[in-house]
Design a protein around this ligand. Sequence first.
Ligand SMILES: *[C@@H]1O[C@H](CO)[C@@H](O)[C@H](O)[C@H]1NC(C)=O
Ligand SMILES: *[C@@H]1O[C@H](CO)[C@@H](O)[C@H](O)[C@H]1NC(C)=O
Ligand SMILES: *[C@@H]1O[C@H](CO)[C@@H](O)[C@H](O)[C@H]1NC(C)=O
Ligand SMILES: *[C@@H]1O[C@H](CO)[C@@H](O)[C@H](O)[C@H]1NC(C)=O
Length: 297
Amino acid sequence: MNVFIILTVLWLNVVDAVNHSCKDIYLANPSSANGTYTIYNRKNQSYKVYCEFHDKFGYTYLSKNTAVEVNINDLFTTRAHVKVRHLKKNGVQAETVMENIRNYPTQPLGIFYNQHTGYPASVNAANLAPYLYLGFLPISLANHVNPQGYRASGQDFHFVNCDRNPNNYFVFYFNPNHKQPVGYVNSCCETALMHSWITVAHNLPTSSNMPDEFYFDYEIHFGGCGGYAFIHHHNDINGAALGVRFEQMDPCKSSPCHNGGTCYSENETQFICECPDGFMGDTCNVKGDHGNTGIIG
Ligand SMILES: *[C@@H]1O[C@H](CO)[C@@H](O)[C@H](O)[C@H]1NC(C)=O
Ligand SMILES: *[C@@H]1O[C@H](CO)[C@@H](O)[C@H](O)[C@H]1NC(C)=O
Ligand SMILES: *[C@@H]1O[C@H](CO)[C@@H](O)[C@H](O)[C@H]1NC(C)=O
Ligand SMILES: *[C@@H]1O[C@H](CO)[C@@H](O)[C@H](O)[C@H]1NC(C)=O
């Protein structure tokens, strides 16, 4: 009896791999529902995330109550865009897709946990850490006098950097000790740029609402004359959340089947080519009498 139990546990461990991300959860079960899940960091410490699943991609939001180190690079596969949600005081939740402005079409976003490599430190980094950092233009591109800003819901919102001050960020603070922000939070500089992302966001149906613990205090800073805001400047907002995007890799994307073969993906690495009459082989690259199906791992 004892032997049987031990064997069963070992077998489950092999089959039931640890989830490090919403993507792992999706790959384990592509029909998983949106919602709160437990995942593990690289030290095997658990924390909560909200996973929003779509067909072959999704978004991950962190809980503000996360008390362990986050390996954020495990949570996204693209830095081309993110979603930013906000929670209104009346309970309505809204989201906008954010990316770099069209002047910088190939510049990826900076997405960091408690660091800001290539970007300036945020005003309250030391005070309210840990934090999630969303950088638009890095210092090397932002320290110029030219139009900069962000893109939200498909619209560019610009300012001209007047003095090469390279701030270009949204920062989301875990603020575990509920401290007050420091800096010029009470003096300046709420501009239109500081809230256009709120104005253009789309309200979500209540069925898509995340629990309140996924909404953070935030700080926004652009320029050199772009503006500065802390959540306190937005009277009707209770928090904001950064959703990072994962995509399931598609081995058919590189068109591996030759001679008009049709590609079907099995999973992230394996595909099957269905060959037309006259061709055969794993990738339909061999002349043959009849159609044939090959599998590539
Ligand atoms: C990983 O996620 C899948 C899908 O929700 C789940 O079935 C599985 O039990 C999870 N693995 C662990 C070790 O929790
Ligand atoms: C998850 O929520 C989004 C909206 O936030 C919705 O478009 C999507 O279909 C939902 N996914 C599932 C699996 O219900
Ligand atoms: C990770 O933690 C879980 C639950 O705390 C435990 O069951 C599992 O054995 C651990 N895995 C590793 C690889 O340490
Ligand atoms: C992909 O699917 C094949 C066949 O089902 C399987 O042998 C392989 O281990 C899978 N690879 C991954 C990464 O899941």
